[in-house]
Each structure stands twice: as C-alpha cells, then as structure tokens.
Design a protein around this ligand. Structure first.
Ligand SMILES: Nc1nc2c(ncn2[C@@H]2O[C@H](COP(=O)(O)OP(=O)(O)OP(=O)(O)O)[C@@H](O)[C@H]2O)c(=O)[nH]1
Ligand SMILES: [Mg+2]
Length: 211
C-alpha cells in the first residue's frame, strides 16, 4: 500500500531531528523510539497514524535525514522516494538557507515544476538577534510553493505548522484531482466504469476501528 512519505531535509544541525521529535511527541505523548528504526544517518518512523486537518486519520512515514554533504548520492534517493518534503534551515545560519534553496531546486528538477508538496521551514527563531535570514526574504523565495513556516523546535513554537501546512496542501491536491476526475467522468460517463477510481488519489487513507 502506498503511504505518504514525508522527508525532512536540510543542512547539518539546523534542528531537523528535534523538530520531528517534537511534532511526533505532540501528536502522541507516549511515542517511543521503539517503533522507529534509526542509524547515525537516517531515522525512520514507519506508518505513523496522523490525524489530518480534515479529521481523518492517515498513515504517514517520516524520514529524518542527516549528513547530506557527506553522502550527496543519498540526497537523490531521498527525493525520488519521498512524496512530501520539509526543508529546514536555521534562521541564524545563512549557509543553511542557501543549502535549503538548492534542495528545493533539486526537488523541482527531479519531481517537475508542478510539484507542490514542499514546505520551507526557518527554525531556531528563539535565537533572536543572531538572525541572518529575514522572514521577508524567505517568504519571497518560497513564492513557488507558498508553503513556509518559522519555528523553534527548542521552545516548541509552531512545531506543528510545517506538517499541518503540508497535509493541508496534500488534501487540496487530492480535492483538485478528484474534481478533475469527476469532470472527466461527466464528459466520458459511459467509458469510465471503476467505482474505486477516486481512492487511487488517496491510497493511504485508513479507517480506525471504533467500539
Ligand atoms: N536555539 C535552538 N537550538 C535548536 C533548535 N532546534 C534544534 N536546536 C539545537 O541544534 C542542535 C542540532 O539539533 P538537531 O535536531 O540534532 O539538528 P539536525 O538538523 O537533526 O542535525 P544533524 O542530523 O546532525 O544534521 C542541537 O543542539 C539542538 O538542541 C531551535 O529551535 N533553537
Ligand atoms: Mg538529525
């Protein structure tokens, strides 16, 4: 079964792992790393059930990457296998911002210019006067996807935002595709016969058992 795979990318030490940890903890206070596989380079949370903004629970995989500079070939693998991306930089580190922008460009070059499931995240907003990347600059640069958020993983500020933005964007894409399919169905109503075609857009939707 296809699952939404969210890949967290960015320069070293920008707070990728802490951001994901805080988000997962906020969504599940008893979350333990026991359902995660990790190594020095990559930390994977498989099949986490997340309540989406529309109230429906869906399965999501998270891939927290590391050491992209050391293993550049892995970058392409992460991009090819992911279908949603959280690109993190630290607002007190201009180089991490430039790297984040280059990652966005790489995703577009691999996934195509119409791909929209990328959220740019400026972390470490608690560093205040050390800020080297302004919100305005990042907002202007994120004009392709319009998905942008600033966070402090350390102080737990806005930690849910990047993920909620991404999930909302995903839902909008699903709705858009569905409308598109319905329009095509109306046009070719006799030639379309599969009753489950709509579900193909949303293969990882799950139903929770209720008592
Ligand atoms: N001030 C501040 N420090 C943070 C924040 N988020 C993370 N850090 C610190 O930054 C350091 C790196 O955090 P990680 O979460 O390990 O960063 P990472 O991007 O996963 O690092 P690598 O996987 O090694 O590339 C740690 O010392 C964190 O405590 C933040 O929002 N504010
Ligand atoms: Mg990490």
């Amino acid at each position: 079964m296809k699952v939404l795979k969210v890949v967290i990318l960015g320069a070293e030490k920008v707070g990728k792992s802490l951001l994901l940890d805080q988000f997962l903890k906020a969504n599940d206070p008893v979350q333990k790393r026991s359902d995660c596989s990790s190594s020095k380079d990559v930390y994977i949370v498989n099949g986490k059930t997340i309540r989406f903004p529309d109230g429906i629970h869906r399965r999501v995989d998270f891939v927290d990457t590391s050491d992209l500079h050391e293993f550049p070939a892995m970058k392409r693998v992460y991009i090819e296998t992911g279908n949603a991306f959280v690109i993190v930089y630290a607002i007190d580190d201009k180089r991490s911002y430039e790297f984040a922008k280059s990652l966005c460009d790489e995703i577009y070059s691999i996934k195509g210019n119409l791909f929209t499931n990328i959220v740019l995240v400026g972390n470490k907003i608690d560093t205040g006067s050390k800020r080297r990347v302004s919100t305005a600059e990042a907002l202007a640069d994120s004009n392709r996807t319009k998905l942008f958020s600033e966070t402090s993983a350390k102080l737990c500020v806005n930690i849910g935002c990047p993920f909620i933005i991404l999930f909302n964007n995903y839902l909008q894409n699903v709705m858009h595709n569905r409308t598109d399919i319905q329009t095509r169905r109306k046009t070719h109503s006799k030639s379309v016969s599969s009753p489950v075609e709509d579900e193909r857009d949303e293969p990882f939707r799950i139903r929770l058992n209720t008592i």
